[in-house]
Design a protein around this ligand. Structure first.
Ligand SMILES: N=c1c2ncn([C@@H]3O[C@H](COP(=O)(O)OP(=O)(O)OP(=O)(O)O)[C@@H](O)[C@H]3O)c2ncn1[C@@H]1O[C@H](COP(=O)(O)O)[C@@H](O)[C@H]1O
Length: 216
């Protein structure tokens, strides 16, 4: 995938290079720019891609209505475009967006994609976002025999003590230069940090936002 960032959207995507099908369309997969959650898939044509590049918001081509679809124009739930990538043979687009107004797929759900029956149940998003969602679910709907629920029940005293312990274990693992132990201890520290974030109602995506802003 080739990519471009928001301030250079217009220059970096060669609209003419994109391969459109016989109907003049190219599939566009829309992802949350922070955690990669796949939100929706829709179609663009040359003009809607051009409008997307010019406005920094998503414009699609509605095959059923045969007209432009400026996502969120009526609801206010627009998709602010952060990146556009195209695949190696230029016939698919991957668009990283920020959801303005909470929802961004066709129907207004967090993501259009539903679990296929019988498959492993995992929330959308990257590994940390998925774990954070499970942790928040434990906070909001406590279950028996859950270590996470025990941490929440113990409050800051228990959670922050564990962060202190895990930090020391991370340091020791690095000191020992043991790759497997390092990965395991860092995983423990990340998990307990996510529990602390959930306890203080700070979204892990706010951490991602900070990191994105620092990107050079
Ligand atoms: N990712 C984790 C995770 N990482 C680490 N841990 C726990 O963190 C603890 C690490 O503490 P230590 O290294 O000190 O080990 P310990 O001696 O067993 O811990 P203590 O007895 O001192 O509490 C262990 O009990 C681990 O099981 C985790 N516990 C839960 N999760 C995930 O959290 C989600 C909710 O799980 P439940 O808490 O089981 O509902 C699930 O997705 C789990 O996979």
């Amino acid at each position: 995938m080739s990519s471009t960032e928001p301030n250079s959207l217009h220059h970096a995507i060669p609209v003419e290079k994109i391969k459109y099908d016989a109907q003049g369309l190219v599939p566009a997969i829309v992802q949350d720019y922070l955690d990669g959650t796949v939100l929706m898939m829709a179609w663009m044509n040359r003009e809607s891609l051009q409008k997307t590049l010019e406005t920094g918001e998503t414009w699609f081509w509605s095959r059923s209505r045969q007209e432009f679809w400026h996502k969120g124009a009526t609801s206010g739930h627009i998709q602010k475009v952060h990146s556009i990538r195209y695949d190696c043979d230029s016939d698919a687009l991957l668009i990283g967006v920020e959801q303005i107004g909470d929802v961004a797929c066709h129907t207004g759900e967090r993501s259009c994609f539903h679990q296929v029956e019988g498959q492993i149940v995992a929330p959308p998003g990257d590994t940390l976002s998925q774990l954070f969602q499970v942790i928040c679910d434990r906070r909001d709907r406590p279950t028996e025999n859950s270590y996470t629920c025990q941490l929440f029940a113990g409050g800051d005293n228990k959670i922050l003590k564990k962060i202190g312990e895990e930090t020391a274990e991370v340091v020791m693992a690095f000191k020992d230069d043991d790759a497997d132990a390092i990965a395991g201890e860092v995983a423990d520290l990340l998990y307990h940090t996510l529990v602390a974030l959930a306890h203080h109602k700070v979204d892990v995506k706010d951490v991602y936002r900070k990191l994105q802003k620092r990107r050079r």
